[in-house]
Design a protein around this ligand. Structure first.
Ligand code: NAI
Length: 249
C-alpha cells in the first residue's frame, strides 16, 4: 500500500515509543515524515535514518510542543521543506505518577501545556496548510484514562479528556474543508511511559485487560495509518479505542 504517497506528515514526540512506530508506519505508506523530538536528537535521527534506509523519506525536527514559539519555528522548518503539511499526529505526551494532593501548580501546568495546549498549538499552526490544500488528517493520541479515570494522575486524565473534546470540536470545524480529525485511546502500551510500573503493578493492570497483555506501539500505529487512509473516509470526530478491551463504550 502507498496510501500517503506525495503527502507529508508530522508526528510529535516520535523519537521513541508510539510516536516512533507511527512515524515508521506513515513512511511505509509513502509519506515524507517529520520526526519531531524534544531533546533526543540522536534517537530522532536514528528513526529518520531507519525510514530512509527502507526507501522512505524523513526529517528529524526539534521542538518542545508546549512552547508556542518553538511550534512556530517548527512550522517554519516544515515549510522550508514542503509547501504545506497534510497529516498531523499529535502524539507527544508526558505523565507524572502523583496523587492530586501532592500535585504542585507547576506539575499541573507542565502536563496540561504538553498534553493539551501542545495538541492545540500544533493543530492551530498546521490547520491553515490543510485548509489551503483542501485535504488533511489530524490524529490525536488521547488515553483510555480519559474515559476510565485514574487514581494517581488527575492532571494527565484531565489533559487527555480535553484532547477528546478538542478532537470533536476540530472535527466539526474542519469537516467542510476536507479535513478529518480523530483520536486514539490507547490502553497499556509497552513503552517507556509504563516502565515505572513494578512487575506486581503490571500484573494488577493486566488483570483488568480482557486481552490480557500489554499493547504494542505498532498496534497504535496501525490505527493511526487507518485513520489517515481512505479506509476511514467516513470517520471523523471519533475516538478509536485500542486498549485490549479495557474500555468498552
Ligand atoms: P513515551 O514516553 O515513550 O513517548 C512520549 C514522547 O513524547 C517522547 O518521545 C517524548 O520525548 C515526547 N515529548 C514529551 N514532551 C514533549 C514536548 N514537550 N515536546 C515534544 N515532544 C515531547 O510514551 P508513549 O507511550 O510512546 O506515549 C505516546 C503518547 O501515547 C502520549 O501522548 C501518551 O500519553 C499516550 N499514551 C500512552 C500510553 C501507554 O501505555 N504507553 C497509554 C495511553 C496513552
Amino acid at each position: 500500500m502507498s496510501e500517503l504517497k506525495g503527502k507529508s506528515a508530522l508526528v510529535t514526540g516520535s523519537s521513541r515509543g508510539i510516536g516512533r512506530a507511527a512515524a515508521i508506519a506513515l513512511a511505509k505508506e509513502g509519506a515524507l515524515v517529520f520526526v519531531n523530538y524534544f531533546n533526543s536528537e540522536d534517537k530522532a535521527r536514528e528513526v529518520a535514518h531507519l525510514i530512509k534506509s527502507g526507501g522512505g523519506d524523513a526529517v528529524a525536527i526539534q521542538a518542545d510542543v508546549s512552547k508556542p514559539g518553538e511550534v512556530a519555528r517548527m512550522h517554519k522548518e516544515v515549510h522550508d521543506r514542503v509547501e504545506g503539511l497534510d497529516v498531523l499526529v499529535n502524539n507527544a505526551g508526558i505523565h507524572q505518577h502523583l496523587k492530586s494532593w501532592d500535585l504542585k501548580n507547576e506539575d499541573w501546568d507542565e502536563v496540561i501545556a504538553t498534553n493539551l495546549t501542545g495538541v492545540f498549538g500544533c493543530s492551530r499552526a498546521f490547520i491553515p496548510d490543510m485548509i489551503r490544500g483542501k485535504w488533511g488528517r489530524i490524529v490525536n493520541v488521547s488515553s483510555v484514562i480519559a474515559y476510565l479515570g485514574t487514581d494517581h494522575e488527575v492532571h494527565y486524565a484531565a489533559s487527555k479528556g480535553g484532547v477528546v473534546s478538542l478532537t470533536k470540536s476540530l472535527a466539526l470545524e474542519l469537516a467542510p474543508h476536507g479535513i478529518r480529525v480523530n483520536a486514539i485511546a490507547p490502553g497499556y502500551i509497552d513503552t517507556d511511559m509504563v516502565s515505572f510500573a513494578s512487575k506486581d503493578e503490571e500484573r494488577h493492570y493486566l488483570s483488568k485487560v480482557p486481552l490480557g497483555r500489554l499493547g504494542k506501539p505498532s498496534e497504535i500505529a496501525d490505527a493511526v495509518v487507518f485513520l489517515c487512509s481512505d479506509r476511514s473516509s467516513y470517520i471523523t470526530g471519533q475516538v478509536i479505542h485500542v486498549n485490549g478491551g479495557l474500555a468498552m463504550l
